[in-house]
Design a protein around this ligand. Structure first.
Ligand SMILES: Cc1cc2nc3c(=O)[nH]c(=O)nc-3n(C[C@H](O)[C@H](O)[C@H](O)COP(=O)(O)O)c2cc1C
Length: 351
């Protein structure tokens, strides 16, 4: 790389660092041709997905089925893309998905603590919220305590431990300066936790209600992929329903998020905020996910790569990159504000 390029700490600079650090699995950031070399027997999946990576691929394929319609002949306005959610004003309706597991999945490059910090501080410096996850390689309260140091701009998403353990962690979050706390219900299928002999559990509707009731914080349930489960989340009194298949990590041969999102939105939109992730890489992808019914689109792997490559600075650059393309895509599709972002701006690909 030339001297000049190295001095210029742009996205490309950090992307190249991530490529070097992540060696043979760096490229699972979403290009269908590159993703998820079928998980090698006995070898960690890195940034990939379970089995043959088909669920991960489904996120791509189902989102790719939609194209944005161009609509240019109308009065010129700078699109308004800021939103208020969970009592915070965000620059745009994009957050960082909860990720974890540097030791087990991301080549053990930096400490889990530093990793979480990069995700959350980078988001906050940009004007957004970063979530952090829960890995068996670290104490279960790590995400909660690191999120609690980010001036109220962090959200820990905790694995579905025993109810007793979860309530303890929710109560800890309740004492700290976090905006919300959540559970990735689909974490129950985590390959890592099984391998570490740490049991995780499916949760009943009653248990969801108990979790909501045990804290004053907004509660988010993540891993929702059906209308049936979304209605149960709504009925639990949760503060948000997070539509996600965990980037295809627990279960192969699953549905893509863009396939299920419109039906879920039809049922619960306007009653509870809908968060959604899955192969969102650019501002153009963000606009599609919002049009399909999400209030907020979330990004996982690219931000994880940025956090290990350059911490908060690199993470913030990624948000800026997404914002620029979101702005252009809103202008090009005739959207002056987020209310204009509906299914009407989408065309189903005929391919
Ligand atoms: C390495 C890695 C670790 C993850 N760890 C967690 C976790 O601890 N908790 C969680 O809720 N989701 C976790 N996820 C799932 C993400 O939150 C997100 O749902 C997924 O990456 C989909 O988004 P993407 O296609 O933008 O990567 C993880 C994903 C990856 C790639």
């Amino acid at each position: 790389m030339s001297e000049q390029k190295l001095k210029n700490k742009d996205l490309n600079y950090y992307y190249n660092i991530a490529r070097n650090l992540l060696e043979d699995f760096y490229d699972c950031n979403g290009k269908p041709g590159w993703i998820c070399t079928p998980e090698k027997f006995g070898v960690t999946m890195g940034l990939g997905g379970a089995g043959q990576g088909q669920t991960f691929q489904a996120n791509y394929d189902t989102l790719k089925q939609y194209n944005l319609k161009t609509s240019l002949i109308k009065a010129n306005h700078d699109p308004e893309m800021s939103i208020s959610i969970f009592g915070k004003d965000l620059t745009m309706p994009v957050m960082g998905a909860s990720v974890s597991g540097v030791k087990l999945s991301i080549n053990d490059i930096i400490s889990e603590d530093e990793f979480y910090w990069g995700l959350m501080k980078g988001a906050r410096d940009f004007g957004s919220i970063g979530m952090v996850g829960n890995t068996p390689a670290c104490p279960d309260d790590l995400g909660v305590t690191v999120a609690g140091r980010n001036d109220g701009w962090g959200i820990p998403i905790i694995k579905p431990h025993s109810q007793e353990e979860l309530i303890k962690l929710f109560q800890l979050a309740g004492k700290l300066d976090v905006i919300a706390v959540g559970v990735d219900l689909d974490g129950v299928g985590s390959q890592f936790w099984n391998a570490h002999g740490k049991p995780l559990y499916r949760k009943t509707e009653k248990e969801l209600g108990e979790l909501v009731d045990c804290t004053e914080k907004t509660v988010i349930f993540k891993g929702i992929m059906t209308v049936n489960d979304a209605v149960k989340v709504l009925d639990s009194g949760a503060g948000a329903c997070y539509v996600s298949n965990h980037g295809g990590r627990p279960m192969d041969c699953g549905q893509g998020v863009a396939e299920v999102l419109p039906d879920i939105a039809k049922e619960i939109s306007g009653k509870i905020p809908i968060l959604a992730d899955g192969a969102v890489r650019t501002g153009f992808d963000v606009l599609k996910v919002l049009a399909l019914g999400a209030d907020v689109a979330l990004i996982g792997r690219p931000l994880a790569m940025m956090s290990v490559a350059g911490g908060d600075e690199a993470v913030k650059l990624y948000y800026e990159y997404v914002k620029n393309d979101l702005l252009i895509s809103m202008i090009m599709t005739g959207c002056d504000n987020l209310q204009d972002v509906t299914m009407d701006i989408l065309a189903r690909s005929k391919k």
